[in-house]
Design a protein around this ligand. Structure first.
Ligand SMILES: NC(=O)c1ccc[n+]([C@@H]2O[C@H](COP(=O)([O-])OP(=O)(O)OC[C@H]3O[C@@H](n4cnc5c(N)ncnc54)[C@H](OP(=O)(O)O)[C@@H]3O)[C@@H](O)[C@H]2O)c1
Length: 324
């Protein structure tokens, strides 16, 4: 029975409600996908909480990452066929058995990339791609700081940075998460619940600081991220799981002629040609074994409220996949 999990109003996980749907018919340039696996992301929490603007209408279907099979093609769609396996990272609409996406945002899946792997990495892995190639384009020998190292984005980042010869220092909450991150490419992982992060980063770098600080935690970490940057270093603020990083002021950057960027995946994936190229790179590092995809939990789609609760409680590691 086709269904979607709809957030009826902004609020806690309990606003996510199961509702029967009719699989939608694609308009021009769109495809309809029967989904086999859906990725959970922190952006889903921001939308559910009402932090990001809601579109008009009868509730919101959250979810921005998934994989499945093409079941219908809209007018003018070329290059995709019925029955083809595809994956995507497209804002909202994913918590459903069937959904529409623009054909231009679909990535054809190679035979050796399983649906649930694709659903676990399309948004998170493509994010890591632009973070390390564009926001601060790393070079071998760099030392960087990456917060939330044991999370979905974090475990992919540690491995991809290691593959590039970068020394990554991570942070994670608690000894088990630190051990997991260390097993996924990080050279050192600081327990953010028990240790002084700034002091430890400065010790680990002999006082020099890091070339880039990748900060998705926000309010709790942003000033520490500024404090550990080396001269001309780059602060990449790409999320706010602990709240908005409002304490940061432009004048803080004067300490060491620092750079600041606040990027979004969706500006990168809108650039012509970028999506196919970046997805090809991502599948390549997965295929080579340099990046192993850690799926920490599977949930039935209609239990997504529990999955949200776990993500917000910092109780997840790696990627969480929802099965319709
Ligand atoms: N800008 C973009 O293009 C983009 C794209 C994708 C993701 N992101 C951002 O990247 C971050 C990671 O996303 P993800 O889906 O992979 O999530 P995740 O890292 O698996 O989960 C978030 C983690 O943040 C840490 N955290 C620290 N303080 C927290 C708090 N007060 N509440 C909740 N979590 C807290 C927790 O790890 P510890 O317990 O180890 O501290 C938690 O496990 C998110 O901030 C997300 O918005 C941005």
């Amino acid at each position: 029975m086709p269904y979607a999990m709809i957030a009826t109003v902004p609020g806690g996980p309990d606003v996510l409600t199961r509702r029967a749907i009719t699989p939608p018919a694609p308009g021009p340039g769109e495809i309809m996908i029967r989904q086999t696996a859906i990725g959970l992301n922190y952006i889903d929490v921001y939308f559910r909480q009402g932090l990001y603007p809601w579109p008009q209408g009868d509730g919101l279907i959250l979810g921005s990452e998934g994989a499945g099979v093409v079941e219908a093609l809209g007018a003018g769609v070329t290059g995709l066929t019925l029955g083809q396996r595809v994956a995507y990272a497209v804002t909202n609409g994913a918590y459903a058995t069937h959904r529409l996406i623009p054909a231009a945002q679909a990535v054809a899946l190679p035979d050796d990339i399983a649906d649930e792997v694709a659903a676990a990495v399309m948004l998170k892995g493509l994010t890591v791609h632009y973070l390390i190639h564009h926001s601060h384009a790393v070079t071998a020998g760099d030392t960087v700081l990456f917060h939330a190292a044991a999370g979905g984005v974090g475990l992919l980042a540690g491995q991809w940075l290691a593959e590039k010869g970068v020394r990554a220092i991570g942070t994670a909450g608690g000894p088990q998460k630190c051990a997991l991150a260390r097993a996924h490419g990080y050279d050192a992982v600081i327990d953010s619940r028990a240790e002084d992060v700034v002091g430890r980063v400065m010790d680990l770098t002999g006082g020099a600081g890091v070339a880039a600080a990748y900060d998705s935690v926000g309010a709790d970490t942003i000033l520490g991220s500024v404090a550990v940057l080396a001269r001309f270093g780059t602060l990449v603020s790409f999320g706010q799981s602990s709240g908005a990083p409002e304490a940061l002021r432009v004048s803080h950057l004067a300490r060491a002629s620092l750079r600041l960027t606040r990027p979004s995946l969706f500006h990168h994936s809108a650039s012509p040609g970028w999506l196919a190229r970046a997805a090809g790179d991502l599948f390549g590092v997965i295929r080579s074994g340099a990046v192993q995809v850690c799926i920490g939990a599977h949930w039935p789609l209609d239990q997504v409220a529990q999955a949200h609760g776990a993500l917000e409680a910092r109780a997840t590691t790696g990627s969480t996949v929802l099965i319709p």
